[in-house]
Ligand binder design. Structure first.
Ligand code: FAD
Length: 202
């Protein structure tokens, strides 16, 4: 079975010693308050919306996205442009790893029990709903063999790194040095001015 071609399987077993629905609000950590990814998203949202972002959506030739949303009458409709192709397992995988490793790096240093349970549930849901069937199956086996470690951002990053390395190994790719996970996914390499436009607030 391959991409999106399998019925949902039961989630991999994770500890359910606490209530399934956390009642506390997620805490904002120091990293989250001044976080690079959040600030960059805000910057993107402030930027003018380019029509190239709206491929597939009929837009007026001269008006902005807001105008086409109904704040003023659109002029002549532009020709319909098709969306890019949906993701295959490689592009989905790469995007998902970006999310997972970044999420782990920004996870709290000292998560509450509720936050730890939420993370376990998230990983469990991933084993169930990840749309590449073979990948989800492998991930399920890996979670059983090597249960998630959710006690801190460093521990979780290291765990995701190990899981990713297991896939890398099966694909014949080199292993990633897990001690570099924060450099890759949060801090950036020293001297490489990744967040200069943010004035050092990341
Ligand atoms: C949960 C999951 C399970 C998957 N299972 C399979 C599978 O069973 N079979 C399959 O063929 N594909 C699987 N994939 C997809 C596969 O892992 C790759 O994402 C895909 O092949 C594209 O590879 P890539 O070369 O673009 O780089 P990716 O492997 O997607 O890596 C992206 C970037 O992550 C960084 N990186 C690499 N390794 C690590 C690491 N260990 N820790 C931290 N950062 C790292 C590197 O900078 C790299 O450029 C899975 C993806 C996910 C998210």
């Amino acid at each position: 079975m391959s991409f999106a071609d399998r019925p949902p399987s039961p989630p991999a077993a994770v500890s359910q010693s606490s209530p399934a629905t956390p009642t506390t609000k997620p805490r904002r950590t120091k990293a989250a308050k001044g976080c690079g990814v959040c600030t960059q998203f805000k910057t993107i949202r402030r930027a003018p919306i380019k029509e190239t972002f709206a491929a597939g959506i009929p837009m007026s030739g001269s008006s902005s996205a807001l105008e086409s949303a109904g704040t003023s009458a659109p002029s002549t409709p532009a020709p319909y442009r098709p969306f890019p192709c949906p993701p295959d397992s490689a592009s989905l995988g790469s995007s998902t790893w970006t999310f997972l490793h970044t999420m782990a790096a920004y996870y709290p240093e000292t998560p509450t029990k509720a936050e730890q349970l939420s993370m376990r549930n998230m990983i469990s849901a991933l084993t169930r709903f990840y749309p590449c069937g073979d990948c989800a199956e492998h991930l399920t086996q890996e979670v059983i063999r090597n249960p998630p470690v959710v006690t801190s951002n460093r521990a979780l990053s290291n765990w995701f790194c190990q899981v990713h390395n297991e896939v890398n190994e099966r694909q014949g790719k080199p292993k990633f040095d897990c001690s570099k996970a924060f450099e890759r996914w949060k801090d950036g390499t020293a001297g490489n001015d990744c967040f200069s436009e943010l004035g050092g607030d990341h």
